[in-house]
Design a protein around this ligand. Sequence first.
Ligand SMILES: Cc1cc2nc3c(=O)[nH]c(=O)nc-3n(C[C@H](O)[C@H](O)[C@H](O)COP(=O)(O)OP(=O)(O)OC[C@H]3O[C@@H](n4cnc5c(N)ncnc54)[C@H](O)[C@@H]3O)c2cc1C
Length: 299
Amino acid sequence: MYDLVVIGKGPAGLSAAIYAVRAGLSVLVIGRDYGALEKADKIENYLGFEQPISGLELLAASEAQAKRLGVELIVDEVTGVSWMEHFEVHTSKSSFEAVSVVLSTGIPRRKASVKGITEYEGKGVSYCATCDGFFYRGKSVAVIGSGDYALKEASELKPFAANIYLMTNGRDFEGTFADEKIILDKRKIAAVRGEDDRVAGLDFEDGSKLDLDGIFVAEGTASALDLALKLGLDNDGKVILTDGGQATNLPGVFAAGDCTGGLLQVAVAVGEGAKAGMSAATFVKESRGEKAPKLQWGG
Ligand SMILES: Cc1cc2nc3c(=O)[nH]c(=O)nc-3n(C[C@H](O)[C@H](O)[C@H](O)COP(=O)(O)OP(=O)(O)OC[C@H]3O[C@@H](n4cnc5c(N)ncnc54)[C@H](O)[C@@H]3O)c2cc1C
C-alpha cells in the first residue's frame, strides 16, 4: 500500500508528489499524459527561466526531479477511486491501495458532444454510474463513450440494469471489448429523445431509434469531477471544492491545480500541489499516530 497516490502528472501532481516524498511518504503518481502543458510551445511567466521554456521541457525536468527523489511514476488511466478501510485507485490495467489521494487531473478538454445531453442532465442523464446506477434496476440504459472509462462505467451498471448499451457514437472501441452483458453499439447518435421532461431514448443519424430509461456519459477519460462524484466530494458542478490546505470534505483526499478552479496557471498549480503534498503528509502521519507538523492555512 502507498502512503499517497497522486492522480495526474501535470505541475500540480508532480509538485504534490515532490513535497510528499520529501516529507517521508511512499508516493505513486499515475498520469495518462502530460496534460494541458503538452501543447504549450513557450512558457515565459513561470519563475526561474530567463528564456521561454516549452511545456514538454518543463514537465520532463519536473518528472525527472520527482523520480530522483524517489517518487514512482506510471503511465495509465485512472477509471475510479473507491474507499473502504483505505483508498483503492482503479486504472485501466490494475488497482493500487493508498492511505491518501491527491486529485490533480486538470480540467476536462472534451465535453459530451451529443445534442440534448445538457438539457436532460438530472432527468435521466447521469455522469456517475456508482452514484446513480441503483435508480435503474431492471431498466434499459446506455453509456456514451468509447474507451476503458466507458467500459468501467457500463460494468458498474451490470448488477442493476436489465439492458446495457455501450454507445461509441460512430467510433471504434479503443482497446479490447469482451462482455456478454454489455451490447456494443456503434451507431452515430443524432440526439437525446425526451418525453414528459425525462430521457426516453436516443435517435440515430441513420433514422433508427433506441428506447432508454437512462443515459450515462463517459466520453474520454474520467475527469476530476467524475472521480469526485464517485467519492461524494463537494463540488460546484465544475470544480472540486477544497479548504486552504487543499483538503476536500473527505478526510485523506486532497485536490490541487486546474481541477480546483481559480487562476489556471502553472505557478498556482505548483503552489496548490505543494500544499496538497504537505497536507497529505500530515494526514498520513497522524493516521499512523506519528507526530506531524501542524499546518495552518487560511481560507
Ligand atoms: C495551450 C496551453 C498553453 C498554456 N500556457 C501557459 C503558460 O504559458 N503559463 C502558465 O502558467 N500556464 C499555461 N497554461 C495553463 C497550464 O497548462 C495549467 O494551468 C496547468 O498545466 C495546470 O496544471 P494541473 O497539474 O492542474 O493540470 P494538467 O497540467 O492539465 O495535468 C493534468 C494531469 O492529469 C492527468 N489525467 C487527467 N485525467 C486522468 C485520468 N483519468 N487518469 C490518469 N491521469 C489523468 C493528465 O494526463 C495530466 O498528467 C497553458 C495551457 C494550455 C492548454
